[in-house]
Design a protein around this ligand. Structure first.
Ligand SMILES: Cc1cc2nc3c(=O)[nH]c(=O)nc-3n(C[C@H](O)[C@H](O)[C@H](O)COP(=O)(O)OP(=O)(O)OC[C@H]3O[C@@H](n4cnc5c(N)ncnc54)[C@H](O)[C@@H]3O)c2cc1C
Length: 438
């Protein structure tokens, strides 16, 4: 069947196995030379693509939950959406969540995903106690901070290249309500935005939406959105059951938009209107629109047309963040290659060996895949490398091996662990071949 990532590029012809038992997973692994695991396919590029794919979507059982500690054990194919549906009404929330709830637990570990709270809570792996995984030789191992430690840290952020995660045990966090106390602060340019981030580091959640086409004194103008889980006292008697929310409205994009719909002009207008629509103020919002605004439009990736798109996400270490971000935003704004979505977040420390986050600022920008945007990325790669930054593997579809090697200084350690645990090189993806993990 034809398979693709969230960016709809590339589209590959693949054999997709969807086992429902561990024995079946074993059989598939032993009868295949090379394969890659795949969850809900929300990685943008080619990290969950190969000619043989092992889908975890039928390994989707919740196995245990400790109501005292919030410790959850589930199979790798359980989605974050399913966890929220089951546990928010009981007063529990995910410790870390990305901008979509349609990702699996296996995908969350393998990409070591981050949320709007990385500066406070770290990435997903920071909350993982242990996981069970199947190696290329058919053995099942438990990995944790005390058992198979090297494999634990190589698998968190290891993009499925060490084996198949079968189940994971991790902590949920306690919440009193399904609401977020939100504060919006508008920043007139990138310097002001970074100052606001620094001043507001005590907020659990922070994210800024940037108008990436603004120029001159307005370069990097943005709306910083801060959030905390609201307490019962804060929401008061306004809501009868504060853990219950109405299912949000959702629509879907029924077909691929023609390529001309998204052009510099429409993106510029969108950015201007969006910036104007934010007002500095405090309010209470349900968790869904706060964390997952894009999930309200299913298949929104089709608006980029059949040519596909990518998210260019990078991080720059804190000491050079301001200068690096200004250089990059200036280059993007000059190029006229605007992005509908430009999101800035603050990162704390790196966890897994190949995990993307490092202390600094990360900017994520969506671009249609055109020759012009590809040329722009090549220029941006050099700037990011110059400032000591790196690109996020789970969003990437075109990074060159040399840029990857410069950004990920722990790569030799990862390669040594992979060679030891996957000597037959069973777990490979199109991405891993492109960036030299073979
Ligand atoms: C709208 C949107 C917003 C997003 N926001 C964020 C964000 O804020 N922060 C962030 O960090 N990410 C974000 N992402 C990216 C997303 O969280 C990751 O790509 C995540 O890994 C996707 O999970 P998945 O189940 O779809 O995995 P897939 O896309 O299917 O696979 C991703 C990687 O995980 C590996 N993998 C999957 N399952 C297993 C398994 N069981 N065992 C071993 N390896 C496995 C695959 O081989 C692949 O390398 C976003 C994506 C979208 C579409």
């Amino acid at each position: 069947m034809k398979v693709t990532g969230w960016g709809n590029y590339p589209v590959v012809e693949a054999t997709v196995h969807t086992p429902s038992t561990i024995d079946d997973v074993k059989k598939i692994i032993s009868s295949t030379d090379e394969l890659i695991a795949r969850g809900l396919g929300r990685s943008y590029g080619d990290s969950s693509l190969n000619h043989t794919i092992l889908s975890t979507l039928r390994l989707n059982h919740i196995l245990a939950f400790d109501e005292q500690t919030g410790t959850l054990t589930c199979e790798a194919g359980v989605s974050l959406a399913e966890i929220l549906d089951a546990f928010v009404p009981r007063g529990w929330f995910l410790p870390v969540t990305p901008g979509t709830k349609y990702v699996t637990v296996g995908g969350a570990v393998a990409s070591d995903i981050h949320g709007k709270n990385h500066h406070v809570s770290g990435s997903f792996s920071n909350h993982v106690h242990s996981f069970k995984m199947l190696l290329g030789d058919g053995t099942i191992v438990v990995c944790s901070r005390t058992e198979n430690v090297d494999l634990f840290w190589a698998t968190c952020g290891g993009m499925g290249l060490t084996g198949v995660i079968l189940e994971a045990t991790f902590s949920l966090i306690k919440i009193e309500t399904a609401y977020i106390r939100q504060r919006v602060i508008k920043a007139r340019n990138i310097d002001e935005a970074l100052d606001y981030f620094e001043e507001n580091q005590h907020w659990t959640y922070s994210v800024a939406w940037i108008d990436c086409l603004a120029k001159g004194d307005s370069l990097g103008r943005s709306a910083l959105i801060l959030g905390e889980h609201a307490t019962k006292d804060e929401v008061g008697y306004k809501y009868r059951d504060p853990l219950k929310i109405d299912r949000p409205f959702s629509a879907s994009v029924p077909f691929f938009f023609p390529d001309f719909v998204l052009n510099t002009y429409t993106i510029q207008v969108f950015n201007m209107v969006r910036y104007a629509s934010y007002f500095s103020r405090d309010s209470f919002v349900e968790y869904e629109p706060f964390f997952y605004p894009l999930d309200m439009i299913l298949d929104w990736n089709k608006i980029y047309g059949k040519r596909g798109f990518t998210q260019y996400q990078f991080v720059i270490p804190k000491k050079s963040s301001a200068e690096g971000l200004k250089t990059i935003l200036k280059r993007i704004s000059e190029s006229g290659e605007g992005s509908f979505l430009a999101v800035l977040k603050l990162f704390g420390k790196q966890e897994g060996i190949l995990s993307f986050p490092q202390e600094g600022y990360t900017l994520a920008l969506d671009f249609p895949l055109t020759q012009k945007s590809m040329n722009l990325f090549t220029e941006l790669d050099e700037i990011i490398t110059h400032f000591g930054g790196r690109l996020y593997l789970t969003k990437d579809v075109r990074m060159k091996k040399e840029i990857f090697e410069k950004g990920y200084e722990n790569l030799p350690r990862f390669m040594e662990i992979k060679r030891r645990h996957d000597p037959q090189k069973k777990f490979l993806s199109l991405q891993s071949r492109r960036i030299g993990i073979v």
